[in-house]
Ligand binder design. Structure first.
Ligand code: ARG
Length: 431
């Protein structure tokens, strides 16, 4: 039975096609649907659309549904279109006409909107937590290995001395920018759409400020059409933030694969964290980071998928929007899995010491030697030429002394400043 039943059942094929896997996806929204309904009925009672005596019974029934959701016992029955219909059906079964009152002044359009806002808010906070975990891991690795040098490359050619401190710290600081994106997406999700109903408001004197406060939103989407138009927009903003994290993580995964390769051999992992080959008995492959790289690359297409789904939709609700769930839900899960996996692997990373002693890295020191000559009074271009000619003639002998002192260099990582920056961004989530 549909909420919109008018005495006929739709063709089975139509139902199958339009509902698709929406019931399954809606299970992730169930707890938010109940939360939204609780706020809505409290508000309805305050404006006299629900009796004061009815409110406690309705709240109790919703509380019981919330418990069944928490226990994993809540299901959306066959023939019921979505989570919103299921919750209303359960209330009506238990409380009769009282249950039939709760939909006054709302539509499934703003119901799903509010569910999604609450969902996105929680998911973005969870992702931010995981990003922060990885950030802390990277920063502590950076501190622990700040004196261990490694080659720095440009064009994949040996360039200048770098360090593990610089490498780990670089990805930590990069995550601060991604966190800014997550905070922006969080701010956009943190607005109440409830009361926009089908997308054009209601003739009931709804108290939207009340539901905003009850649901802990920072503000509301005032304009009801803007509220409806935020469907897709909040998801796209969140997707951009997720893609931003993914691009940092994917790049890091690529570095790890490269540095694990025998021709580099800078890092390794315990055997149990590597994978083997069915034919080559010696293999210890970095499959974890390859899968991570691939997942992160795919995640970067999510904003595009959302854009394509919503491009050229005019204002108002369209059923197209339902498919957004299928795009954004798995994305939030995948990014968390990748972040956790990366953090787990980094707890076991093995770092090679004394890499630069190998003479294939001799030329890393040419700039150090040019600078040393410059400091002793030789004009830079002249010093460059002297060292350049030594290299050209095969006579260059590196001094192998590295002395970098400016902010953000290998000798002065400023990790405390980076931690401070992250702390400031995290405050935007209300931590
Ligand atoms: N499952 C639907 C969605 O996600 C719920 C809203 C249905 N609204 C409607 N007018 N058919 O969009």
């Amino acid at each position: 039975m549909k909420l919109w039943n008018k005495g006929f059942e739709p063709d089975k094929l139509i139902e199958l096609f339009t509902v698709g896997n929406d019931r399954e996806l809606d299970l992730r929204l169930a707890r938010y649907d109940v939360e939204g309904s609780m706020a809505h009925i409290r508000m309805l009672e305050s404006i006299g659309l629900i009796e004061s005596s009815e409110l406690p019974q309705l709240l109790e029934a919703l509380e019981d549904i919330a418990k069944s959701i928490e226990k994993g016992e809540f299901t959306i029955e066959e023939g019921v279109e979505d989570v919103h219909s299921q919750v209303e059906l359960m209330l009506t079964r238990r409380l009769g006409d009282m249950g039939k009152k709760i939909h006054s002044g709302r539509s499934r359009n703003d119901q799903v909107l509010v569910d999604l806002k609450l969902f996105m808010r929680d998911e973005l906070k969870t992702i931010a937590d995981r990003v922060n975990n990885l950030f802390c891991r990277l920063l502590s690795l950076s501190e622990a290995h700040k004196d261990t040098l490694m080659p720095g490359y440009t064009h994949l050619q040996v360039a200048m001395p770098s360090s593990f401190g610089l490498w780990f710290g670089a990805y930590a600081e990069s995550l601060v920018d991604d966190m800014e994106m997550l905070a922006a997406a969080y701010k956009i999700a943190n607005q109440n759409p409830l009361g926009s109903a089908a997308g054009y408001g209601s003739s009931f004197p709804l108290n939207r400020t009340m539901t905003t406060e009850l649901l802990g939103f920072a503000t509301l989407h005032y304009n009801v059409v803007a509220a409806q138009m935020s469907r897709g927009k909040s998801e796209r903003t969140a997707a951009y933030a997720i893609a931003s994290v993914a691009s940092t993580l994917g790049k890091f995964a690529m570095d790890v694969c490269l540095f694990m390769c025998q021709n580099y051999g800078f890092i390794s992992f315990p055997d149990t964290l590597t994978t083997g080959s069915s034919i080559m008995p010696h293999k210890k492959n970095p499959d974890v980071f390859e899968i991570m790289r691939a997942k992160c690359n795919r995640l970067q297409s999510v904003p595009n998928e959302i854009s394509l789904l919503t491009t050229n939709l005019p204002l108002g609700y369209h059923r197209d929007l339902q498919l957004l769930k299928d795009i954004i839900f798995p994305a939030t899960t995948t990014i968390c899995t990748c972040l956790d996996m990366c953090d787990f692997m980094l707890q076991h990373i093995i770092i090679k010491e004394n890499i630069l002693d190998d003479e294939r890295y001799n030329y890393l020191f040419t700039v150090e030697d040019v600078n040393r000559l410059t400091v002793s009074g030789v004009p830079f271009r002249e010093a460059y030429k002297q060292v350049g000619m030594q290299v050209q003639r095969g006579e260059y002998v590196p001094t192998r002394e590295v002395h970098h002192t400016h902010e953000g260099s290998i000798g002065n990582l400023c990790n405390d400043k980076i931690a401070e920056k992250m702390h400031k961004v995290l405050e935007k989530f209300g931590y």
